[in-house]
Design a protein around this ligand. Structure first.
Ligand SMILES: [Mn+2]
Length: 377
């Protein structure tokens, strides 16, 4: 069976006041073309279909068009779950009827995890919900966080699961291998819980043949090749500029397992450009750009001027200024009192001008200071 795993479309997302809609339209239509070209059987979308619980109308139309094309034109079955950005109930609208047309949408958490079997492969659909909701649905007072909630859900799946069949889990969450540093997060992922840990340990999933994950926007595996985040198809924050966006192509049977990454080519890339204002004004680009200006002094109206050459400029930061501010912070410490005035002034001068005091300047300052101490004019 050939499966394409994707997630975190976040249709309708706005990044730094730029709507990503056009980019999403292009990338998702290209995804349908790819699905046709690669003769895929099943498409998995592992949550965060929309960016908001009440998505704008264009977003709903686009999702509708893409699902239509996938099923009617590309002939695949589509399996999707709600992520933490989706409204569980709204996403589930029409779900029972749509299942008759190969569109399997699981929006809300049920006491029994939904299982869909297609060509002898079992898919378990685990939409995202917070641990309090899951505790109420499962009527299990021992559930204190997302880890407990997920463990209870997985145990109920495993009670019925036949390990001789191919079993695939679709889930949305923050899955880690022991420690949170085992995976890489981005700035565009909203926290999954407030006050309790949002992490779920990957070892809970050992018995599945594949786990298709959504939530983290960077494509990555967790511990094994069989537990994967496909990542988002587009970059949605400055922290994602180094990502290589991709879909996961999976060939799976009981005795075969092959994963391949399908690169996503966006209409506009999102990247960081470093340099002085003057240098950057020599270039131009229609990508989404985050500027890191190396100028020592502020440039009047820099962003508006840059936008003439970079119409999709998203942000601007003065990196030299930032260092100076950090320096001011650091020197507020008690260390200040332990250094001579000349040393302190030397540090300040260096941070400001990015060059050290020369001998004449040092001498002049020392002399002025000495005179001040003596009260001379
Ligand atoms: Mn998410």
């Amino acid at each position: 069976m050939r499966i394409l795993h994707t997630a975190d479309w976040h249709i309708g997302k706005i990044v730094n006041e730029f709507s990503m809609f056009e980019d999403q339209e292009i990338v998702l239509n290209a995804l349908v073309d790819k699905v046709k070209e690669l003769d895929v059987d099943i498409l998995i979308m592992a949550g965060d279909l929309y960016d908001r619980a009440i998505p704008p109308k264009e977003a709903v139309s686009l999702a509708n068009n893409i699902f239509n094309r996938l099923i009617k034109e590309a002939g695949v079955s589509v399996l999707t779950i709600a992520g933490n950005h989706d409204s569980n109930e709204r996403l589930e609208y029409g779900s029972e009827l749509l299942a008759g047309s190969q569109l399997y949408i699981e929006g809300t958490v049920k006491k029994d995890v939904r299982k869909v079997t297609i060509d002898n492969v079992n898919f378990y659909l685990l939409p995202f919900a917070d641990h309090i909701t899951i505790r109420q649905i499962l009527e299990d007072e021992t559930i204190k966080d997302l880890q407990d909630a997920t463990r209870a859900q997985i145990e109920s799946i495993k009670a019925e699961m036949d390990p001789d069949e191919v079993n695939i889990l679709i889930a949305h969450g923050y899955i880690v291998n022991g420690v949170k540093e085992s995976v890489e997060a981005s700035d565009s992922e909203r926290p999954l819980s407030i006050g309790t840990a949002e992490y779920v340990d990957v070892n809970l999933f050992d018995d599945f043949d594949y786990v298709a994950l959504g939530h983290l926007h960077k494509a990555q595996k967790v511990k094994s090749q069989r537990v994967r985040y496909s990542g988002s198809p587009l970059k949605y924050s400055k922290s994602e500029t180094r990502h290589k966006k991709q879909h996961v192509l999976l060939d799976i049977n009981k005795d075969t397992f092959k994963v391949e990454m399908i690169e996503v080519k966006p209409e506009r890339d999102m990247r960081v450009l470093k340099g002085t204002f003057e240098d950057l004004m020599q270039g131009e680009s229609r990508d989404y750009i985050f500027f890191e200006l190396e100028d020592k002094n502020y440039v009047m109206d820099a962003m508006n001027q840059l936008r003439r050459r970079y119409p999709y400029a998203m942000g601007l930061e003065y990196t030299a200024q930032k260092t100076r501010q950090e320096w001011i912070q650091n020197t507020k410490q008690e260390a200040l009192g332990k250094r001579s005035l000349l040393d302190l002034f030397g540090d300040f001068y260096f941070e400001y001008k990015q060059e050290p005091l020369d001998d004449n300047q040092s001498e002049a300052i020392q002399k002025t200071w000495n005179q001040a101490l003596k009260g001379e004019k």
